[in-house]
Design a protein around this ligand. Structure first.
Ligand SMILES: [Fe+2]
Length: 288
């Protein structure tokens, strides 16, 4: 695989090394310490690499929640999740912490927070505690999945919209039932929204599928059978192995993915081992 070295004057700018990890997307980014304040130039390089590669992997990082928040905020305003646990002092940092006493919940393919009008442009996930085995995260390239469809199917999808509803993933289950007021407020503040089935990336201009198993409930304007059949087809299609990169975590990894062109899921196979992740979520614009 080729390595793209972006060289700049050594005093003014660090050297950022970007190495593709998979045929269509995902790249390893080296020579940057995310705990430090980054120059505007480095932020631009990372933003461009994110658009080009859709998933950036930074290894051997050591960042506090506030450092993670500060880094994420360089890319846009941050989303505060209505339901997931957050850091005690920083609402912008979601803490996903599972161990013997709290088994991981069943996961499914999703793109983060598509249940709002302006879903996130990206998420930044830090691996604080990583199990010896298991707990990998799968990512799928939804631009490659769209491009692999036949022209007649792409034409059909181009004109369609779909409904996204946070209740599909965050059910009023036994777990949330213990905290029903919070769940009920989240439901009231997040009514179902409509997004195009195919979105055009605001920076690259490349089209991607934009439905997901986690939050998409229906394709609008179709009858129920048609909607269900088409959604099931798309969900199965976009999870095919040729579109998927599987990340095996090491403690200190930071992953930054583009929610406008990918979906992901964690493999919940590591219980009763401990896994703790910190996530910052950068808001994006209205999909078109
Ligand atoms: Fe997620």
């Amino acid at each position: 695989m080729s390595t793209v070295i972006l060289r700049h004057a050594p005093q003014a700018f660090p050297t950022l090394s970007v190495t593709p990890l998979n045929p269509t997307f995902a790249a390893l980014v080296e020579n940057v310490d995310l705990a430090r304040e980054q120059s505007e130039h480095t932020i631009d390089l990372i933003r461009n690499a994110l658009v080009q590669h859709k998933l950036l992997v930074f290894r051997r990082q050591r960042i506090t929640p506030s450092q993670q928040r500060d880094f994420a905020a360089r890319f846009g305003p941050l989303h505060i999740h209505p339901l997931l646990n957050h850091d005690a002092d920083l609402k912008e940092i979601i803490v996903l912490n599972y161990d013997r006493s709290r088994p991981p919940e069943k996961d499914e393919w999703h793109t983060d927070v598509t249940f709002i009008e302006t879903p996130p442009l990206g998420s930044i996930l830090y691996g604080a505690v990583i199990p010896e085995t298991g707990g990998d995260t799968l990512f799928a390239d939804l631009a490659a999945a769209y491009a692999a469809l036949s022209e007649p199917v792409r034409s059909l999808l181009d004109g369609l919209r779909a409904t996204h509803d946070f209740r599909k993933s965050f059910r009023a289950s036994t777990y949330y039932g213990e905290d029903n007021v919070k769940w009920d407020n989240a439901r009231k503040n997040n009514p179902p929204v409509s997004h195009p089935v195919v979105r055009t990336h605001p920076e690259s201009g490349i089209k991607s599928l934009f439905v997901n198993e986690g939050f998409t409930t229906a394709i609008e304007g179709l009858n129920a059978d048609e909607s269900q059949a088409l959604l099931e087809f798309l969900i199965r299609h976009q999870a095919k192995p040729q579109f998927v990169y599987r990340h095996r975590w090491q403690a200190g990894d930071v992953l930054f993915w583009d929610n406008r062109a990918t979906q992901h899921m964690v493999v919940a196979d590591y219980w009763p081992q401990h896994r703790r992740m910190h996530r910052a979520t950068v808001l994006g614009d209205r999909p078109v």
